[in-house]
Design a protein around this ligand. Sequence first.
Ligand SMILES: [Zn+2]
Ligand SMILES: [Zn+2]
Ligand SMILES: [Zn+2]
Length: 545
Amino acid sequence: MLWQKESNKANALYADLFALSGGEARLKLMTRNLRAQTKPGQKPIKNDSISLQKRKEGNEHFGQSRWVDALELYNESICHAQPGSKNISLAYANRAACFLKMKRLDECLRDIELAKEAGYPAELMPKLDQRKIDCLKEIKEGRSRSEHFRTKLDFEPNEKFPCMANVVDIERDADGDYSVVAKADIDIGQTIVVEKVFLVYLFELKAQKCNICLKGYTNLIPCEKCAIAMFCSDKCRHNPLHDYECGLVYSTNSQLNGSLMNDVRGILLAINMFSTADELEEFVEETIKSNPTCLPDSLSNQKSQYEAFLKLPINESMISPDQMMCLTYEVYNQLLNMPKVDAFFRTKKLRRFLMHLVFYHIQILENNSVQGSVKLLSGMNQGRLVTCYNPTGLIEKYFRHSCAPNVVTAEGDGNHIFMTIRPIKKGDRLTFSCFMFLVESKDKRQKILWERRKMICSCTRCKGVAATSEERRQFLFDPDFQSIVLTKLPLDHSNTEQIQKVTDKCVNFLKKYDRTEWCDEIGAVVHIYIHLLLSNKPLTLPLSA
Ligand SMILES: [Zn+2]
Ligand SMILES: [Zn+2]
Ligand SMILES: [Zn+2]
């Protein structure tokens, strides 16, 4: 049905997918059921009394030295404040105090400026000036803790795929599939991929991260119109994506709303790359006609990334055909409700193309999005597991899955980050585990992989290759091993000394047994090592098994 035309004539239209699935009346009824499960979304409008309330709550947390919680509430206060209201400047000034306490001193200075630009009241100015003096003093004393999260490669970039290190390359295996192979020995704990995710939409924590690039714990500025979106910079604020979506809420259910709006954003992203819908159509048609297994020439610009996106693998559908069509119908209508999109796809022919494009995008996204489920490490919702965004990376498809991985993937500030978790030798294949099952049984792993990915794993661990019983006995007498496995997670993030100590032991152990095949003992150490590697960083692990 997908990409089928009405006839063989040169200028034939694409088939009407909605008519083919029983007509619009049927789809309307089905989508009504979909919507009936949740309340329709309400327009998130600015409201000064909410802004004031959030600032007060923030002050309470601040008084109890809970800086991150306070910061999150000040973000919400800024986001809800009406344009021109003094609530904005007051919340910026209070957020500056949080940053000062967190020793994020550059951010503190920037917030003081933002407070002034937003018209901070003259009578309170001495307080703000004092904050600036305190901050400058701390900077002079070298107390700044503005962290650089692992958003930099530990090597020079690969020429063709600049998001990847030059010590690895994509190669075609004997079975015709691609895999990523080491061109040199790579140490443990190295960052080998930092990819800006191609498509991402925030499900939750909307006031805590940049709406466009997901940067968090920074000087977020509000959308001038809605009470939802925050941006990390003017550049992100002027990105056209949110302009289209501003004020649009499909459902109050963050899961349903998030996955639908993520599909909407995917099409908006494509629209923004082309000046006309005809150009977009031509590009898509050329791409799907070309060999889908062909490696893209590069991933260095938006169009090459979109080409790679359109060629992402589509396996078996995770959702029923009816659900697929419902989603397509809803996304299609949401899009055409936007005047700019309505004008972009002006003819019947182009709208039929849009129908198919939406369907195709949804199929790709259903198969290739990694839900950024995070256990919140800090803030008001500490400990709660939330799906906060749906990032689609492009490079991941070239890495093979293995239940005995040597690489871990994580998300941080809108980047897809890959780090080595075992020493790697030249010629080794780099593999990651789709799910965090480092110590689970084969039955459990195979079940999860089949249920969620329709995949049967044939990695070395699943084939039964394992450390010998002699090797495993050796671990039990290894003092490093003994102390590592006694580590209780999660560790206290502020205790950097302890984190470093255990990390060093893990590294020592994993280097000593670098060629030992996987076994529960190796799995247990790798498990702890990964937690330490990502501790206290705004990184999120893939959905845990
Ligand atoms: Zn941003
Ligand atoms: Zn907005
Ligand atoms: Zn396996």
